[in-house]
Design a protein around this ligand. Structure first.
Ligand code: ADP
Ligand code: MG
Length: 356
């Protein structure tokens, strides 16, 4: 079985830039898989998509789509229109003077009229746009425009679909709805897709795997829960979600911290490690003998975010349901409610811990 998309050691330097925009990127995407390329603005996400689509040429490395080399190495460069790639852009780029149907059928001009119509009808049904088939883009809601853009990209039956920040023009509520809809749609037709986004929640809810990109490099590519709870590097931990690094002293295979003792699965470890603790990883218990003190409490709209001072000097962040009502100044006992925590040396995750 071939991969749907494969990048091997792909780099791209823009003239005059101090660093490559895309730096030695290697990843393989399976047929039917949805991968989110997640990273801050300017980290190289769009350039990576453009390299895959064929709008940029790699300086090093090779790219293959559906098992066929398309760029790099000894391969003659395959232009975008012959790569079998569908693109959906942030602004949708719909043709304003064409109806919904004609937008969708735009890439099918080479097909006989009957075939063109039947494919267009299928896509109108799939995306729930039948009732607005004869409208023009300006007569549609943001969500409908996005569905047209996706239907148009899918019409020529591309091997892969590339979506660049497709939800950023939608309001918060619509965005949440469209994320779920788009995932369902892509899964229904078993599409292979790369979704580019700087929004971690979007990446986590839509994708099967999340590739975290920082400064042109893929730092980690894994399932959303692994990326969230066991980030490969401190940089990924800082970019994805909130959390606190709690120091621990290592003795043999045990890490001792203000949150208790943990067994360390990887030895030898440095003498000092940091444990990544997410705001939901701990519970707080009022205890006059507790070593930690609640210093602040904020209501974040759904729950309380507590700041808790630990003896080691670190301020731990803890999210608690609103019925956990503890006044600032109260002494508490802090318990870890995860079976494993990620442990870090200066840069990198060096192993996992389990409570002892
Ligand atoms: P992202 O999509 O993650 O925001 P981009 O891939 O658009 O990032 O850009 C990555 C880096 O490459 C940025 O520093 C950007 O300024 C630079 N860049 C992008 N396109 C070009 C270009 N055509 N010429 C020169 N520099 C570019
Ligand atoms: Mg971009």
């Amino acid at each position: 079985m071939h991969t749907a998309i494969e990048l091997n050691g792909v780099s791209k330097w823009f003239p005059g830039a101090a660093e490559p925009a895309v730096h030695d990127v290697t990843m393989a995407i399976a047929p039917g898989e949805i991968v989110a390329l997640l990273g801050p603005s300017g980290c190289g996400k769009t350039t990576t998509l453009r390299l895959i689509a064929g709008f940029e040429r790699p300086d090093t490395g090779t790219i293959a789509i559906a098992g066929q080399p398309v760029a790099g190495g000894a391969t003659p460069f395959v232009p975008p229109e012959r790569r079998g790639v569908g693109m959906v852009f942030q602004d949708y780029a719909l043709f304003p003077h064409l109806t919904v149907s004609d937008n969708i059928a735009f890439g099918l001009r080479h097909l006989p009229a009957a075939e063109r119509r039947s494919r267009c009808d299928d896509l109108l049904a799939l995306t729930g746009l039948e009732a607005v088939a004869h409208r023009y883009p300006h007569q549609l809601s943001g969500g409908q425009q996005q569905r047209v853009a996706i239907a148009r990209a899918l019409a020529p039956r591309p091997h892969v679909l590339l979506l660049d920040e497709p939800f950023s023009n939608l309001d918060t509520e619509m965005r949440a709805q469209m994320r779920a809809e788009v995932r369902e749609l892509l899964k229904a037709i078993q599409a292979t897709a790369i979704l580019v986004t700087h929004d971690q929640q979007e990446a986590m809810t839509v994708a099967d795997r999340v590739a975290v990109m920082l400064q042109g490099r893929i730092e980690q590519i894994d399932t959303p829960d692994i990326v969230y709870h066991y980030p490969a590097t401190r940089a990924v931990a800082r970019f994805v979600g909130q959390g606190t690094f709690v120091p621990a002293r290592v003795a043999g295979d045990v890490a001792l911290s203000d949150l208790g003792q943990f067994g360390l699965d990887q030895a030898p470890a440095p003498q000092l490690v940091d444990l990544l603790v997410r705001p939901r990883d701990v519970t707080l218990e009022v205890d006059p003998n507790g070593v930690a003190v609640v210093t602040a409490r904020r209501f974040n709209g759904a729950e309380f975010t507590y700041l808790v001072q630990l003896p080691c000097g670190v301020q731990l962040q803890s999210d608690q349901p609103s019925y956990v009502d503890i006044a600032p100044g109260t002494r508490v006992r802090v318990r870890c409610n995860r079976s494993r925590l990620a442990a870090y040396d200066a840069d990198t995750r060096i192993g996992l811990t389990a409570p002892r």
